[in-house]
Ligand binder design. Structure first.
Ligand code: ADP
Ligand code: ZN
Length: 823
């Protein structure tokens, strides 16, 4: 009996060990298997034999393993290198291996169904000449019954081996009807002329009805046929086509079509339909690279040609033309016969990157991100797995793409927080990409105008090669940044001013000159607090320790954490007084304010409230790009990656939104946001300006952003991180314990802290516990502690050992290794 390690899609459990009964072939690593798990039968994935083996629950000991029920794949379903990557993720980020494997799986891969057996004609014919177990099996199936292998196995032991023999002799077929619609590919009906139809003489045609004649005409011009739907668009009913088919003049075939996510994305992005998916390789104008770009491409192409692991940080100011570098590099690597993975923070926000790669690589590109429908993701995944694709453009989870022979990974906007998954597995897509590149012997390029402290630190200490682009293309100047001290504005105009005088003036002049402006505020909604003037009561979320935000258009007060909402209150819940006041403001209010100040301006808004509908963001951005809008108001979504040449002004309503937060990355985020958003200005021929409103004009993140001086910021910030012992100076694990009461949460967290502080255990320090900054979330109280130290592996191991000793607490505890946010 052979034993194998299997990952099952159940949160929090490690690899389980199952026995492979003799009648099964050894499933390769990455193959799916059906295994018993408690009362259920579930799909799992075979792991490598180096994975630590725990007997499946219910087995009495290693000698008494549960047997797997079926082997679903003879070839690896997940490529073995992706399996190894997922195992690494589970270990590093301290989550169950099944959760990590699940992240790498395409939709519909976790089938929970068994093989079915059916008799063939040959089997029926041979029924009486067979003997013993073979005869019995055939009898069970005789008469065309389709029976699950599992139910046959319950009646006769060893039936799998018998069936395998019968299948080999062609007497039965074994199939795997999958639960749900497993083969999700879509088919369409296509009509095509037959030889007879092509040669039909006029006399014959004249006898047909008008619609049928028209259909024949259309089909003569379409050698590949026309879909029934396309013919219907020409007012030809499907009955006419059926009649032609009966006359033998046309055939109707079902053709498999792959859902193409580019279709819908591009259509909305450009505001016009494109031609068919197959031949959309448009001619791109050949751009002459700048000297800096040329040097970067030259160096990186050389690194790629070494075919060994190499990491480079491409630090290029906004508008320095990084995309063009990725493109040329990707082409070189593709032509050398290797795969390319381009990772972007959020595809919905950067349809341009996908479009550029699609234009360059045509059908050899696939796109992977969570915004696609299951069907689209299924199609794209299988195209990649089959090897029909050399270039994958995707978000965080694309790091697990089944792309073979990886030669290049590009992580664009590598500093972006969306690369970190804020639920289990809490992995960082960029960091996992580095691990994958190392295993594949590939080149990895991390690109950003504002690199994360971690990556720049790695470049400083020689782990990454640093490649810098200091100038914008075509020698365009960087935007001129004006910092407005809002304390002075409040003194002049009173406390209610939202757009100070400098920003109002700047907007006025842009609108006069018919240029475009972006106005950013990283907070959505209309008002952020509802407060009773009579008794001082504020409206808080009943589940979370935050106040409710008023959304005026929707008429609701809503919690941004748990989505609880109520009608905007008219009277105080406590004293019943009618004197409610709304304080604070978000993007909805800013939009209203700009409309009031500039009645002639065409204003659009991009935030999570306005882009709920799929494609809405692409539509808004397309209208802005087409200059159907003058001002775009939005949250940080509009700060990312977009390239609008007519934008000459960016206004930041408040640079302070993130600064007050008790998060060690607050200054870094502020600097990044201001630099990125200023980078949206002046990307065309006309120089750009940014106006930044703040209460803290002398904060170093704002001072350095004004100078657009990344290295000065990096040095100041690193001093702060070293002094406070935060990453990248140390490794950090954030532990959050949730409980029904605050006291219970604190007690459990305290128990963890005490255990971790045991003398002689290790050299790390434990901070806390303390109530988390968001003390209550979704009805649960949260206590928090930090583990800081230099040796991440031993910190994690010690923490997991402690938690193993308290399994009930473990289930309520979030372990976040290398956290992006500690709120
Ligand atoms: P980044 O990502 O570095 O901010 P982009 O890659 O978006 O910059 O490039 C900014 C703009 O400059 C794009 O419109 C791009 O097509 C254009 N561009 C890139 N390289 C060149 C070049 N060498 N000459 C002229 N325009 C260029
Ligand atoms: Zn809430």
């Amino acid at each position: 009996m052979r034993a194998i390690a299997v990952a099952v899609p159940v949160p929090g459990i490690g690899a389980l060990t199952y026995a492979v009964p003799d009648e099964f072939p050894d499933p390769p690593v990455g193959a799916r298997v059906l295994v018993p798990l408690g009362p259920r039968t579930v799909t799992g994935v075979r792991l490598g034999s180096d994975t630590c083996l725990t007997p499946a629950a219910g087995a009495d000991g290693p000698g008494d393993l549960k047997a797997l029920v079926d082997v679903l794949d003879r070839e690896p379903f997940l490529p073995p290198d992706v399996v190894a990557l997922a195992v690494w993720v589970a270990d590093y980020y301290a989550c169950g291996v099944g959760e990590a494997i699940a992240t790498a799986m395409p939709p519909r891969a976790w089938v929970e169904s068994e093989r079915h057996a059916a008799i063939t004609e040959a089997g029926e014919a041979r029924l009486l000449t067979e003997r013993g177990a073979r005869r019995e099996a055939l009898e069970q199936l005789s008469g065309g019954r389709i029976v699950s292998v599992g139910s046959l196995a319950r009646r006769a032991k060893g039936i799998q081996g018998v069936l395998a023999g019968l299948e080999a002799d062609g007497l039965v077929t074994l199939t795997r009807p999958l639960k749900g619609n497993a083969d999700a590919s879509r088919t369409i009906r296509v009509a095509m002329l037959t030889a007879q139809g092509t040669e039909a003489v006029d006399e014959e045609v004249a006898r047909l009805g008008a619609r049928q004649q028209q259909a024949l005409d259309l089909l003569r011009g379409a050698p590949d046929g026309l879909s029934i739907a396309a013919l219907a668009d020409e007012d030809i009913p499907s009955e006419s086509i059926s009649r032609l088919a009966r006359l033998g003049l046309v055939t109707i075939e079902r053709q498999r079509v792959e859902r193409d996510p580019f279709d819908s994305d591009l259509r909305t992005a450009h505001g016009r339909p494109l031609d068919t998916a197959s031949d959309r390789i448009t001619r791109m104008p050949v751009i002459a690279l700048t000297e800096e770009q040329q040097a970067a491409v030259g160096a990186l192409v050389e690194r790629a040609s070494r075919r060994t692991y190499h990491a480079a940080l491409l630090h290029g100011v906004t508008g320095s033309g990084k995309t063009e570098i990725y493109l040329r590099l990707a082409r070189e690597v593709q032509q050398s016969g290797r795969g390319v993975l381009l990772m972007v923070p959020e595809i919905a926000l950067t349809p341009a990157a996908a479009a550029i790669f699609r234009a360059a690589f045509g059908q050899r590109v696939a796109i992977q991100h969570s915004g696609l429908s299951d069907g689209e993701r299924y199609d794209q995944w299988h195209r990649i797995r089959r090897g029909d694709v050399d270039v994958v453009v995707g978000t965080r989870s694309a790091v697990f793409t089944p792309l073979a022979r990886l030669g290049l990974i590009v992580v664009d906007e590598e500093h972006d927080g969306s690369y970190k998954q804020e639920e289990s597995p809490r992995y960082h897509g960029r960091d996992v990409a580095v691990v994958r590149a190392r295993a594949a012997g590939a080149l990895i390029v991390l690109g950003s105008a504002t690199p994360s402290l971690e990556s720049y630190h790695n470049a400083q200490n020689g782990r990454y090669e640093l490649i810098a682009l200091k100038r914008r293309v075509l020698d365009r100047p960087m935007a001129d940044v004006t910092v407005v001290d809002m304390r002075a504005e409040y003194a002049n105009e009173g406390p209610d001013v939202i757009l100070g005088a400098p920003l109002r003036d700047a907007l006025t002049s842009r609108l006069d000159r018919q240029e475009q402006a972006i106005v950013l505020l990283n907070r959505r909604g209309f008002a952020t607090v509802v407060f009773c003037r009579q008794c001082g009561e504020t409206f808080e979320c009943p589940n979370c320790s935050v106040s409710l935000t008023v959304h005026k258009a929707a008429g609701r007060a809503r919690c941004h954490y748990c989505n609880y909402s109520m009608a905007v209150p008219r009277a105080c819940a406590k004293c019943l007084g009618p004197y409610l006041e709304q304080l604070g403001f978000g993007t909805e209010r800013v939009e209203a304010e700009i409309r009031a100040l500039f009645p002639g301006a065409r204003v659009g808004r991009v935030d999570r409230d306005t882009i709920r509908r799929r494609g809405a963001i692409a539509g808004l951005l397309a209208r802005f790009a087409a200059r159907e809008l003058d001002v775009l108001v939005g949250t940080q979504m509009i700060a990312k990656g977009h390239d609008f040449p007519r934008v000459t002004l960016v206004g930041v309503i408040s640079a302070d939104v993130g600064l007050g937060l008790a998060d060690f990355r607050a200054a870094e985020r502020t600097f990044q946001l201001l630099t990125q958003v200023a980078g949206r200005s002046g990307r065309g021929e006309i120089a750009g300006q940014a106006v930044v409103q703040t209460l803290y004009p002398n904060h170093y993140s704002i001072r350095h952003a004004r100078q657009q001086d990344y290295t000065a910021f990096y040095e100041d910030e690193l001093k702060f991180r070293r002094a406070m012992r935060y990453p990248p100076a140390v490794a950090l694990i954030n532990v959050v314990v949730k409980s029904k009461t605050r006291q219970a949460a604190m007690q459990d967290a305290e128990a963890i802290a005490v255990a971790l502080r045991a003398p002689g255990l290790g050299t790390w320090t434990v901070l806390g516990p303390a109530p988390a900054p968001l003390g209550r979330l979704k009805g649960e109280h949260r206590a928090q502690l930090f583990v800081k130290g230099t040796h991440r592996t031993s910190m994690r191991k010690a923490l997991l050992t402690v938690l193993e000793g308290m399994p009930e607490v473990r289930r309520r505890t979030i372990v976040d290794v290398d956290p992006m946010s500690v709120l």
